[in-house]
Design a protein around this ligand. Structure first.
Ligand SMILES: Nc1ncnc2c1ncn2[C@@H]1O[C@H](COP(=O)(O)OP(=O)(O)OP(=O)(O)O)[C@@H](O)[C@H]1O
Length: 459
């Protein structure tokens, strides 16, 4: 023990060692602060902190923001769909709610609240998820920014990337494919977000009154589109399909959109082009939509500059007139969305953001649209929705009256050859009573009167 004590340095040696160490530290600090350039100092500090945190902490955190490179982040969306299925005993709070007024007994749906921790296990790894919220400091349009923090052990980082996140993507996809309710989104300009409501439209291809061949062609086109992911990738095209539905009011354009959404189980983003303040705003709005969805732009011919840029003088005149009638409409002084802004989105680089998108324009006046919108390749399929034909009438009669044959049909079908009547008008007539006989007789009378009026106008 005595010899051990003798080997220890004396107090004065320790003091002088401390003094030289302090002097050296001060010298290094002075060199660091005064002689090294600021950027170099920052770099060294960051490296030092990095190494220190690597040595001291055993956890790793992934940050998954809601948007990724200006478009909706699919990893975020997958986590949002997946996490409610991982609620467990350690979960402390949940958002629940229902937006199905027609089905009040339906169990409420679950969502993850901000700051709530969800613990998941996967192949022996423990994963902790938390949803966070922050406000983007954009001076003009401050936007809320949501992001997930996913923490795991540092040693599991690669396994999370290689197997856990792909597992979440697969699970989320099958959850979204099975979705029971569809949503329709409208854009709220004030808060700069898409707001959703449950979409429950009864229209299906079965109930649509249109030529059976045309219906078949549309269904096959949709099936081919959905099945050809690899084809689109192979030929270097964005996985998108554009439809232009045109025809008089009441011929079923909106009903066809609903039938397509129900057929594919796609959500609908219903966009009023006038809600976008500028082309940049339009880009933000459109890139905030998600995959497997329909972007619907109805009545494109009424959509201000977008539909007819080239008749600008006339257009501005119309704008002024319109503003007087409808003050909520964006002023003609407003930069607004331009045709080229929309075209850039449709077939420019922006269109390759996101997959499995259907874009549908509807119009009552195809002739008023700028040729640039109609050029081949821009809208892939043009569908004319016309007046009621014999086949369409039979379909409406089966839907509304529950009958497929009746002696009155011959008279009605003859009249339909000379009278222009929309499926909406026919539907209205067929809903008048529960008695098919009385309804058909009244409908014949309606068609007869309409034909007489049309003949009078013609002469
Ligand atoms: N082809 C059709 N098949 C079945 N029902 C139809 C059809 N066309 C119209 N209807 C009926 O008429 C109503 C109005 O039709 P819809 O809104 O789909 O027409 P639209 O062409 O979109 O009209 P608008 O151009 O005014 O928007 C629908 O709710 C539906 O009941």
């Amino acid at each position: 023990m005595a010899s051990l004590l003798e080997q220890l340095p004396s107090f004065s040696t320790i003091l002088s060692m401390y003094a030289s160490f302090s002097a050296m530290a001060m010298l290094l600090r002075t060199v660091f602060n005064e002689m090294l350039p600021k950027r170099f100092q920052t770099y060294i500090s960051a490296k030092f902190l990095d190494i220190a945190s690597t040595c001291l902490s055993a956890d790793f955190t992934f940050i998954i923001e809601e948007r990724w490179q200006a478009v909706h982040n699919e990893t975020f969306r997958a986590a949002e769909a997946y996490l409610p299925t991982r609620v467990g005993p350690s979960t402390e709070s949940l958002l629940i709610g229902s937006n199905e007024p027609l089905n009040p007994r339906a169990p409420p749906k679950q969502r993850i609240p901000v700051d709530c921790k969800i613990v998941d296990e996967f192949h022996g790894m423990r994963l902790e998820w938390t949803l966070r919220n922050s406000v983007d400091s954009n001076k003009y349009f401050p936007r809320e920014k949501r992001y997930f923090r996913l923490s795991c052990k540092k040693r599991d980082r690669d396994r999370v990337m290689q197997s856990y996140l792909p597992h979440i993507a697969r699970t989320a996809q099958s959850i979204l494919n099975r979705r029971e309710t569809l949503n329709i989104y409208t854009y709220n300009q004030e808060s700069s977000v898409w707001e959703s409501a449950v979409f429950k439209h009864p229209a299906t291809f079965e109930t649509l009154a249109m030529e059976p061949e045309l219906k078949q062609v549309i269904k096959e086109d949709l099936d081919t589109f959905v099945a050809r992911k690899d084809f689109f990738e192979g030929v270097g095209r964005a996985w998108k399909r554009g439809y232009l539905l045109y025809g008089p009011p009441g011929t079923g354009k909106s009903s066809l959109v609903a039938a397509i959404a129900n057929y594919l189980r796609y959500n609908i983003y219903d966009l009023q082009v006038q809600t976008a303040r500028s082309d940049a705003d339009l880009r933000h709005i459109l890139t905030s939509t998600t995959n497997r969805s329909i972007l619907l732009i109805e009545d494109i011919d009424c959509g201000s500059k977008v539909s007819h840029d080239r008749t600008r003088v006339q257009d501005d005149h119309e704008d002024t007139h319109d503003e007087q009638q409808n003050p909520s409409r964006i002023s003609s002084n407003d930069p607004g969305v331009t045709l080229s802004g929309l075209l850039n989105f449709l077939d420019g680089l922006w269109s390759s953001c996101g997959d499995e998108r259907i874009i549908i324009f509807t119009t009552n006046h195809k002739d008023k649209l700028d040729q640039a919108l109609l050029r081949p390749g821009r809208m892939d399929v043009h569908i004319y929705m016309g007046y009621c034909t014999a086949a369409a009438f039979r379909k409406l009669s089966a839907t509304y009256l529950g009958i497929e044959h009746h002696p009155c049909f011959v008279t009605i079908e003859n009249l339909l050859q000379s009278v222009t009547v929309t499926p909406a008008e026919v539907a209205q007539q067929l809903m008048k009573s529960d008695d098919p006989e009385a309804v058909l007789r009244s409908f014949i009378h309606f068609l007869g009167s309409k034909r007489n009026r049309e003949t009078e106008i013609g002469t």
